[in-house]
Design a protein around this ligand. Structure first.
Ligand code: GRF
Length: 206
């Protein structure tokens, strides 16, 4: 399968996908990495592995719809089968999501539907988890639909929240889970083992 990874930051989730392709676990190829931030370290990671990196963001496409049109053009030209959002912090409009329906997966650092949606991203998620005082949090891999963090859930895994946890310690624990779940979700997609039935996702054994 041809994969595109959309990023905005340091790219540690991108790195785990690259590593899992290179060790043979994922039967796919990252054709392009697209960043919404010109100097995201994720673009350096792509370059380190001879993967094409492209900046498409506010500076060169200030209008959201023209930015999405450019993204669609780039992805269609490369006949992308799977779009992975790995810490991608830019808006995908309705047209984009419809064109690539059930071909976009995202990683969110909580157990959806808790602590997600508008405003819940990055360390804000872990701060909300700590402020609420829940005993379990985790990560979710899900298909992207027109909402924010609302698409069908593919995989989830929990981590325990300890009384002395801080945003720093908790985000490290959750990131470790993200680095397990996202490559697994990509692997299952590449092996055609994900079947969406309404809101639910069935994972077939082979
Ligand atoms: C991760 O914390 C992830 O939960 C969120 O954005 C961050 C991406 O980190 N989606 P990285 O750029 O993959 O290291």
């Amino acid at each position: 399968k041809k994969i595109a990874v959309l990023v905005s930051g340091r790219g540690s989730n991108l790195q785990t996908i690259i590593d899992n392709i290179e060790n043979g676990s994922i039967n796919g190829k990252i054709e392009v990495v697209i960043s919404s931030k010109r100097n995201a370290y994720a673009l350096k990671r792509a370059a380190n592995h001879d993967i094409e990196g492209i900046y498409i963001g506010k500076e060169n496409y200030p209008d959201v719809d023209s930015r999405n049109d450019k993204l669609i053009e780039v992805l269609k030209k490369r006949e992308i089968d799977l779009i992975v959002l790995a810490g991608y912090m830019s808006i995908l409009n309705k047209r984009f999501v419809e064109i690539f329906k059930n071909k976009i997966i995202n990683i969110h650092p909580s157990l959806i539907p808790s602590f997600c949606g508008k405003g819940y991203y990055g360390s804000r998620v872990h701060k909300a988890v700590l402020d609420y005082g829940v005993k379990l949090t985790g990560a979710t891999v899900h298909f992207v639909d027109e909402g924010t963090d609302t698409g069908p859930v593919i995989l989830q895994k929990t981590v325990e929240v300890d009384f002395n946890d801080t945003v720093e310690t908790l985000s490290k624990k959750v990131l470790k889970i993200e680095h397990e779940l996202l490559p697994l979700g990509v692997k299952l997609f590449c092996e055609d083992r994900l079947h969406v039935e309404g809101r639910k996702v069935k994972i077939s054994m082979s």
